[in-house]
Ligand binder design. Structure first.
Ligand SMILES: [Zn+2]
Ligand SMILES: [Zn+2]
Length: 617
């Protein structure tokens, strides 16, 4: 299973235990150095661990924070505790014993109460099935040296198993208790911990690389998109270079979908309240929607999804089994009111354009259609060189039928079985997650890792047996009877915004030739060679290559550096010799140089790279 060689330690793994233990050791060190600190929670996370502390207020009445020097002291003390090789011992306690043990730790007391009510777990996360949580409740603690924590483990056997040269405290951040802005603000310390110094070093190098590849940084440098205060947070403006990426992706989707028999439609960005009432969005999704606008006593909403519009198109005329599968596709804009704190460059935005489509089909077509959708995902992954990904099949939770999920267990089981069979037969890596489904059916999310190991949630699709009923969609089956179709929602390229954010980091800005906003830059050696440079550019442009001749006043060396900064795949350097022989001195982005390349040969080479969407230069 590919998910398991990801950076995320699954619960109970050795890395999980190591990091979890490091969190305890850090908490002990903080309590010793900051007597009176109150403990929040301290779980292992991707790449490391954290712990939240309440240090009380400073003289200005603001929450006290950790300084860099504090982290160094804490780290030093942690090394001593580790060297003590203190065993970790667990015991089960009653609620009263737990309350007594943590009498001076108000946040721990709150967690104990939450555990008893089945409301949340040891990490302060909300629990969905309270009764089950209460029935299975065991309160336990873990102790090492002088420190005891409310904890269900697991941990390594003794503190000495944390390699002293393979952990590091990384940063601090403010975090509200239980993520609630009305509760106290705590101070979080993030740490990272690995099996060996080598692993730590590699991790730190990847972080450096990730910083260099940050899509917000590259987005600015490569002039792909901007955010403007006056336009609003989470509402990106695409610059000409970035828009080329969008159009290339859309062209790719268009070609793939045309070949697979999709038909394109276009729908408005807003609709009346009734539509979103009907679809269920206003009942289940309103907090993610923009507030309504009203005119002449009619309320309108910006669309958070394209689905209801496509359902209306399906319903616009009588459909027969001969029309199925009917595949309606649209690169549709959607608007979602993401919380301010969640906005993140192109990854979390409030306006996005989705590679959306809805496949309406009969029950006996679902598996074949779903298989074709999975194949499409795989085609895209291989095209973009994404070789680490995992699909998550999200299923319903029986106790939430009629609350969070459509109340029809038989339909759930049938749809889930179909999805599972397809995924097994396809051989894609997948895991199952109970209780994460969409309201209207099982959902498949795709987690992918970029080449530097950053994790992204890229796309979802769903098998929907609810919307067709809500919208009264039917087709006439072979027996002449009305039958309800299934609807497969799919968006394999997700939204332009997030997908491009991912690709920027995945490629570090070095887009394959077909995607590169500028594919060739022609650089004359001196002013005497402008004519030939113009002719070369014209020839390439006619051949459908995105080219720019740099006829500015900079010296050649500066022009080459400028083109390198913009990650242009090919630089065609031309002087007298090239003009006389109709050739180019081609400098490739990766540093290779080929002199005396005949112009016609280079044009054909570039065209071929573009046409085949090759990843090679
Ligand atoms: Zn623990
Ligand atoms: Zn949909």
């Amino acid at each position: 299973m590919q998910a398991q060689d990801s950076a995320e330690p699954y619960e109970g793994s050795e890395l999980f235990k190591l990091r979890h233990t490091a969190a305890h050791v850090m908490a002990q060190a903080v309590l010793e150095l900051f007597p009176g600190a109150k403990l929040g929670i301290g779980p292992p996370v991707v790449d490391g661990f954290y712990y939240d502390f309440d240090l009380g207020l400073d003289e200005n009445g603001r929450p006290r924070t950790f300084a860099q020097a504090d982290l160094e002291r804490i780290e030093k003390r942690m090394r001593q505790i580790i060297a003590g090789k203190h065993p970790l011992r667990t015991k089960v306690v009653t609620a009263d014993e737990a309350r007594e043990l943590f009498a001076d730790q108000p946040y721990k007391l709150e967690i104990i109460d939450g555990l008893l009510r089945g409301e949340f777990n040891e990490y302060g996360d909300d629990v969905e099935d309270r009764q089950r949580a209460i029935d299975n409740l065991v309160i336990s603690t873990y102790r090492h040296d002088t420190f005891e924590d409310l904890c269900k483990g697991p941990h390594v056997a003794h503190t000495g198993l944390i390699p002293v040269d393979a952990f590091q405290l990384m940063s601090t951040a403010a975090a509200y208790w239980r993520g609630d802005q009305s509760r106290p603000m705590l101070q979080r310390i993030y740490g990272t911990a690995w099996f060996s110094k080598k692993d730590l070093k590699r991790h730190l190098q990847l972080l450096e690389e990730a910083k260099k590849r940050d899509h917000r940084k590259l987005g600015r440098e490569l002039e792909l998109y901007i955010m403007d205060e006056e336009v609003g947070p989470g509402l990106p403006l695409w610059l000409p270079n970035g828009n080329i990426l969008r159009e290339e992706l859309e062209k790719l989707a268009h070609e793939m979908e045309d070949a697979a028999g999709y038909q394109r439609v276009a729908t408005p960005h807003i609709a009346k309240e009734e539509l979103f009432r009907h679809s269920g969005h206003l009942d289940y999704y309103e907090e993610s929607m923009y507030p309504p606008m009203e005119r002449e006593d009619i309320r309108y909403y910006l669309k958070p999804m394209n689905c209801p519009f496509h359902h209306k198109i399906f319903a616009s005329k009588p459909r027969s089994y001969r029309d199925l599968p009917l595949k309606l596709a649209e690169y549709g804009m959607i608007y979602r009111y993401e919380q301010s704190g969640e906005l993140f460059g192109l990854m979390r935005v409030r306006a996005a354009q989705q590679n959306d489509a809805h496949i309406y089909c009969a029950e006996d077509q679902v598996e074949a259609e779903f298989t074709a959708v999975i194949d499409l995902y795989r085609h895209y992954f291989s095209l973009f060189g994404i070789d680490r990904y995992v699909m998550r099949l999200s299923l319903h939770e029986r106790s939430q039928l009629g609350v969070k999920y459509a109340d029809d267990e038989a339909a759930w089981l049938k749809a889930e079985a179909m999805a599972r069979r397809v995924m097994k037969a396809s051989g894609v890596p997948f895991v199952e997650a109970r209780g994460e489904a969409a309201f209207y059916g099982p959902k498949i999310d795709v987690q992918a890792w970029s080449v530097i190991g950053r994790e992204f949630s890229l796309a979802t699709n769903q098998i929907d047996f609810v919307a067709p009923a809500r919208f009264g969609l039917t087709f006439t089956n072979r027996d002449g009877q009305p039958e309800m179709p299934y609807c497969i929602h799919r968006a394999p390229l997700g939204a332009h915004e997030r997908y491009i954010g991912f690709l920027i980091e995945h490629y570090g800005g070095n887009f394959p030739v077909w995607l590169a906003p500028e594919q060739v830059r022609v650089i004359p050696i001196t002013d005497d060679h402008h004519d030939y440079a113009r002719r070369v550019a014209a020839r390439l442009s006619e051949a459908g290559v995105r080219v720019h001749a740099d006829l500015g006043s900079d010296r050649m060396g500066a022009k080459i550096r400028a083109a390198q900064l913009m990650r242009v795949p090919y630089m065609a350097v031309v002087g007298g010799q090239e003009a006389a022989a109709e050739t180019l001195a081609v400098r490739y982005r990766d540093g290779e140089q080929r002199n005396d390349t005949p112009l016609g040969e280079f044009v054909a080479h570039a065209q071929k790279r573009i046409r085949t969407r090759s990843g090679e230069l």
